[in-house]
Design a protein around this ligand. Structure first.
Ligand code: SIN
Ligand code: CO
Length: 389
């Protein structure tokens, strides 16, 4: 991976990862020109009213723009009546609704899929913003329709002062060292913790390609879920060897050490830890966006062979794998999945974002069964020939 990338303004992925990723911002003019006309403000308004969408409508009072209100989805037409001058509409996971937008993740091949969160779109009227703030989050902000002025400031952390009494986590001030107007197709990478403030210059759509990291508390939670269902571990432990009497109310340090050792011994089990972590990482943040599949059988699939269909990952699903030597293990949407050894290398390609042509190479019964199961669970989807041209 040493060629320069247009999305990074002509630097290599390695240079970006060493110099910028999680460290400092990067502005790239005309990095993603294909995003310009992908959605219009009217499309975003329509999406906001979809009952499954995850959206927030943020308003600032006309008389006091420092007074904010947030209405979360479901949003109704009535929520858009009597609008103040300054407002922003945020819609999460638009990549689950637009294949063209989901395809743009491929412009960021230097960050693995498990780190991806979703693509949020924000639509704001002239002057609209979500305030001065910071996120614990890597984000590529890409300008779609219209223009937005971005100001960047100081690095913040959990101790940074937050404005009291507002429904958003806002910073009282930012110390501006960057001030630029982004036009359609321009990109700004903002590392976690960096204060930022984006104000719409006109009717404006901004896409946030966001990247998530799990926290230790949620990892612990999944690990404990996995151990909690292990029947063997439900057996009471045998008691510590007792030779002399101890105080009745006390648990001695020796007893506590014995219990802790039993616990820590189990925690050394790498298979359970990996299963817990992979399950967590493959969880969808918006499982309600995973569409109900049209039930299909192996016979239907056999008939579809050589008709020009391709298999691809369903954009709202998450499919991840580990590879140890030649052994591939898969997790999708929060659970481990079993598939035949023959299909594993192809499923790996699908998880890497490639399309697989549905042809005779897949004609073996166990492969067809794997594909049918994955299609019926909406982990994979079929793309008609016309869409791949
Ligand atoms: C926005 O596009 O208005 C908000 C994006 C962000 O600040 O992270
Ligand atoms: Co932000």
């Amino acid at each position: 991976m040493s060629q320069t990338l247009a999305v990074l303004g002509g630097i290599t992925a390695e240079q970006f990862l060493t110099e910028y990723w999680q460290k400092k911002p990067l502005l790239v003019r005309n990095a993603l020109p294909e995003i310009k006309n992908l959605l219009e403000p009217a499309d975003v308004m329509e999406l906001a009213l979809d009952e499954n969408i995850n959206a927030r409508l943020i308003k600032q009072k006309d008389k006091d723009p420092n007074h904010w209100s947030v209405k979360s989805s479901p949003l109704m037409k009535a929520d858009f009546q009597k609008m103040p001058k300054l407002w922003t509409l945020l819609i999460q996971a638009v990549d689950h609704y637009s294949f063209d937008l989901a395809e743009l993740w491929k412009k960021f091949p230097f960050i693995p899929q498990w780190r991806r969160d979703d693509i949020m779109v924000s639509y704001a009227s002239k002057g609209g913003s979500v305030g001065k703030h910071f996120d614990f989050y890597d984000v590529f902000l890409v300008q779609g329709h219209g223009h937005r002025r971005w100001q960047l400031g100081q690095m913040c952390d959990a101790d940074s002062e937050i404005v009291a009494g507002q429904p958003l986590k806002l910073l009282p001030e930012i110390q501006i060292h960057f001030d630029e107007i982004l036009a359609p197709g321009d990109l700004l990478y903002v590392p976690p913790g960096l204060a930022h403030y984006g104000v719409a210059e006109d009717d404006c759509l901004t896409y946030s390609f966001g990247f998530r990291m799990p926290n230790v508390a949620e990892m612990m939670d999944r690990v404990s879920d996995k151990f909690a269902v292990d029947q063997l571990l439900k057996n009471p432990l045998t008691d510590i060897l007792r030779e002399k009497m101890t105080s009745v109310g006390q648990i001695s340090q020796t007893e506590l050490e014995y219990l802790k050792t039993k616990l820590l011994t189990q925690l050394q089990n790498p298979a359970v830890l990996e299963d817990a972590l992979m399950s967590l990482m493959s969880e969808s943040k918006y499982p309600e966006n995973i569409p109900e599949a049209e039930a299909i059988g192996s016979g239907d699939l056999e008939q579809a062979l050589d008709q020009g269909y391709s298999l691809m990952l369903e954009p709202a699903s998450r499919l991840l794998y580990t590879e140890v030597e030649t052994k591939l293990l898969f997790w999708a949407n929060g659970e481990g999945i079993c598939i035949s050894d023959d299909f594993a290398p192809l499923l790996k390609q699908l998880a890497d974002g490639n399309l697989i042509l549905l042809d005779e190479k897949l004609a073996r019964p166990e492969m067809l069964e794997d594909i049918v199961n994955l299609l019926n669970e909406s982990i994979l989807m079929l793309l008609p020939a016309v869409d791949t041209e």
